[in-house]
Design a protein around this ligand. Structure first.
Ligand code: T4K
Length: 406
């Protein structure tokens, strides 16, 4: 008799990666009522200013320039900093890191990563530097700080600007320093999927006064006064509604971190005995937001493939994701521009086949995580029958967009 594809107990509701944390609704309602009473909805309003002050205090920087999202914040930050030609970025990141450059006709040059931290590997950078290189953008993947000392050393030696995409890393620390204060500037995302969110939002933090002034102008069309425009600018402003959501989220920031940390420990415990599956660990002596719960699936040890595990999880309502598959260098337009980029990216190519990001946050409880552990344990013990049945459903090379097995 063949093994049923579903274990009898499935999660009662789908568990998503990136489910927004909602703070105190009452407080949010009060903020929204107040902004409606003021009738000031955007353009450098008081809630945006308060949000900026609180973010700068957490990041340990003199300036925070709030924006409508992190992608536009990256565009404005890189433009204001005067990046030209080629910019070295990791291939293992969300596509926005590269798009923000390409959108401005800058050339992202993809660098390989460290297999353990998933961050840009400083040792691979030197061979990518050309006379056209103007900058390096490190990404603090999963909120884990890049090797900032090594990156700074390379940037100084070659006269390059160093900036960071810190989209994942708000509230995190590195070398006992808050993330936000490294390089010329760092960019946070406050998208709905981030542990502190504005629904849509981003910010650039920096200690550089001139850069901050320039970015403030650029996010507001370049207006320096009522009728005076002194730069080419865009509309990168954060609305008061977004700031109200962000401030309410900030109020509960430490509660969200505590829940994420509790879930991180619960996953470690629930999955500890599963062969070939490791919960990526964080350095607990550094401040972390634990927003990303990342599994590594070792194909040499695990009886199921990474994508088979995803199929089993999805069938049980656990909508885990395989970020950042298949690597930015394999997404358009980069795949067409640099079809051989993968040859220099062996670690990225491996990591994109191994990672699973699991649901966490306030919608997930330790009991649910224990159940996820049971589902995976069951799947491992029935791996032979499951593999056969799963293969019949997903031909090799098929796109896996998340589907149920029922
Ligand atoms: N740099 C890096 C390194 C980044 O990771 C990101 C964004 C950026 C730059 C750019 O930041 P922003 O411009 O977005 O501020 C999601 C987010 O949209 C994106 O912000 C985030 N990184 C990325 C890692 O994840 P997708 O394409 O995975 O989104 P989507 O629609 O598939 O949703 C993700 C999950 O969240 C799903 O499981 C559903 C759930 N979800 C989402 C939303 C919006 C909810 O449950 N409720 C919601 O309201 O990109």
């Amino acid at each position: 008799m063949s093994t049923p594809l579903l274990r009898s107990a499935i999660l009662p509701h789908p568990l998503h990666v990136g489910r927004p944390n909602t703070g105190d609704r009452q407080r949010l309602q009060e903020r929204i009522d107040a902004l409606l009473d003021r009738n000031w909805l955007s353009n450098d309003g008081p809630l945006v200013r308060e949000f900026e002050a609180r973010v700068a205090a957490i990041a340990g920087t003199r300036h925070c320039v709030a924006m409508c999202n992190a992608t536009v914040a990256l565009e404005i930050a890189t433009r204001a900093a005067g990046l030209t030609g080629e910019v070295i970025v990791p291939a293992y990141t969300f596509v926005a890191t590269a798009h923000a450059l390409q959108w401005q006709q800058l050339t992202p040059v993809f660098c390989d990563i460290d297999p353990v931290t998933h961050n840009i590997d400083p040792e691979q950078i030197a061979r990518l530097i050309t006379p056209r290189t103007s900058a390096i953008i490190g990404v603090h993947v999963w909120g884990r700080g890049c090797d900032t000392d090594a990156l700074e050393c390379i940037a100084n030696k070659h006269g390059l600007i160093l900036m960071y995409d810190a989209a994942h890393a708000f509230g995190c620390g590195h070398q006992n320093q808050p993330i936000g204060s490294f390089g010329l500037a760092e960019v946070f995302s406050f998208h709905a999927t981030k542990f502190v969110n504005c629904a849509e939002g981003g910010a650039v933090v920096t200690n550089n006064d001139a850069l901050a002034d320039k970015m403030r102008l650029m996010r507001n069309f370049g207006f320096s006064g009522y009728d005076r425009v002194i730069y080419i600018g865009t509309n990168g402003k954060m609305s008061e509604f977004s700031a109200a959501v962000g401030l309410t989220s900030l109020d509960s920031m430490s509660d969200f971190i505590a829940v994420n940390y509790r879930n991180y420990q619960a996953y470690q415990q629930a999955l500890a005995d599963l062969p070939g599956i490791t919960v990526q660990s964080y350095n607990e002596s550094e401040r972390q937001n634990y927003q990303y719960l990342v599994l590594d699936v070792d194909p040499a040890v695990c009886p199921l493939t990474r994508d088979q595990i995803l199929q089993v999880l999805h069938a049980h309502h656990v909508l885990a994701r395989r970020y950042f598959f298949p690597g930015v260098h394999r997404m358009e337009p980069y795949r067409a521009y640099y079809p051989n980029a993968y040859l220099l990216l062996p670690v990225t190519e491996d990591v994109v086949q191994r990672v699973i990001v699991m649901p966490t946050g306030t919608a997930v409880t330790p009991e649910m995580i224990a159940q996820i552990g049971d589902i995976l344990r069951w799947a491992m013990t029935h791996s032979a029958e499951l593999s056969e049945q799963l293969e019949a459903r997903l031909a090799p090379g098929d796109a896996f967009d998340g589907f149920s097995l029922r």
